[in-house]
Design a protein. Structure first.
Length: 323
């Protein structure tokens, strides 16, 4: 394994994204869904940061906000020193080349009317990397990198299996030579054996091309195989962040402990199940104080009154808890 560059490529500070809720013709302040409510983290060059949490906690919104598929409501995103929120024109186009995304559903994210050669090659022409006449040779080389046959460039997405379609999506993502890729649950719709192949491919591309990943997933076992560090998100906030082994073997936040207990992925928790209580609160009206306190089995009286502090992790990182 090559040595990773520890300098931050991506710096996120206080990121927020609020979606307005339609309320008819009633007057007054319009409520908002707090999809992201003050998210902060860094991703180094060549590093994979795993982002985990329950469905609806804001993982996908976070990934889309980083690459400006949705516009953040507040906060700072610095990519290699460039302010992503303020980027316009040629600066934003340059960021598009360096920041890519692999979507969850490989069939819905591919244009059914375009061939594999066009799906992978059109971005190269649009960004002026190759001439139209040189597109086929360049696309064939990229497809070979991800395990696809150059003989299939004229085939359409519906003619491929699920795993092959995801390889096409990966080829499209790396075609422009990016530095950072958001992987939004890229293996959740695939069979277990195909999942392993795609994960190995992503790791191989990361090492060969020095890519940085934000790897979004609800599958803790998959995250443990690919991530260097892990961030745990709950109700639009990161409640724990630290090195992979530290988070999986010695989790500090009760929510992380409950997730690992449910998945039987934490060695330290395999003998003592810690069930989650109730359902996640509404992101329109989050609880006062710690957002996890209504479901926390170890909640104290102060948890419902004060926002939990950021406690430093001994191995690096932090967790939000009064305990």
């Amino acid at each position: 394994m090559t040595r990773r560059d520890t300098r931050a490529l991506l710096q996120v500070q206080g990121l927020k994204k609020y979606f307005p809720v339609r309320t008819g013709w009633r007057r007054g302040a319009r409520p908002h869904i707090r999809a992201l409510d003050g998210v902060s983290f860094e991703v180094a060059r060549g590093e994979t940061l795993g982002l985990v949490g329950e469905s609806g906690c804001g993982k996908t919104t976070c990934g889309r906000a980083l690459i400006r598929l949705v516009m953040p409501s507040a906060g700072h995103i610095l990519f290699d020193g460039v302010d992503v929120r303020a980027a316009r024109g040629a600066v934003l186009i340059g960021l598009r080349r360096r920041m890519q995304m692999i979507f969850q559903n490989p069939f819905a994210s591919l244009n059914p009317r375009r061939t594999m050669g066009d799906i992978v090659g059109d971005p190269l022409v649009v960004h002026g990397i190759v001439n139209p006449g040189d597109k086929v040779a360049r696309v064939a080389a990229i497809c070979d990198q991800v395990g696809l046959s150059p003989n299939d460039l004229c085939r359409f997405p519906h003619e491929f299996s699920g795993g092959q379609r995801q390889r096409i999506a990966i080829a499209r993502a790396i075609a422009l030579g990016p530095d950072f890729v958001v992987c939004d649950e890229p293996v959740s719709s695939l069979d277990a054996s195909i999942q392993a192949q795609i994960i190995h491919l992503l790791i191989d591309l990361r090492e060969r091309l020095q890519l940085a990943y934000l790897f979004i997933s609800h599958d803790l076992a998959v995250v443990r195989n690919i991530a260097h560090r892990v961030a745990v998100m709950y109700l639009g906030r990161i409640v724990e962040l630290g090195p992979r082994d530290a988070v999986f073997t010695d989790p500090k936040h009760p929510y992380t402990q409950a997730l690992l207990s449910a998945a039987r992925s934490g060695q330290a928790l395999s003998d003592r199940p810690l069930p989650l209580l109730g359902e996640p609160p509404s992101p329109i009206h989050p609880p006062v104080g710690c957002p996890f306190h209504p479901r926390c089995p170890t909640a104290l009286r102060d948890c419902s009154k004060t926002d939990p502090p950021l406690n430093p992790q001994p191995q690096g990182g932090f967790y939000r808890c009064v305990l």
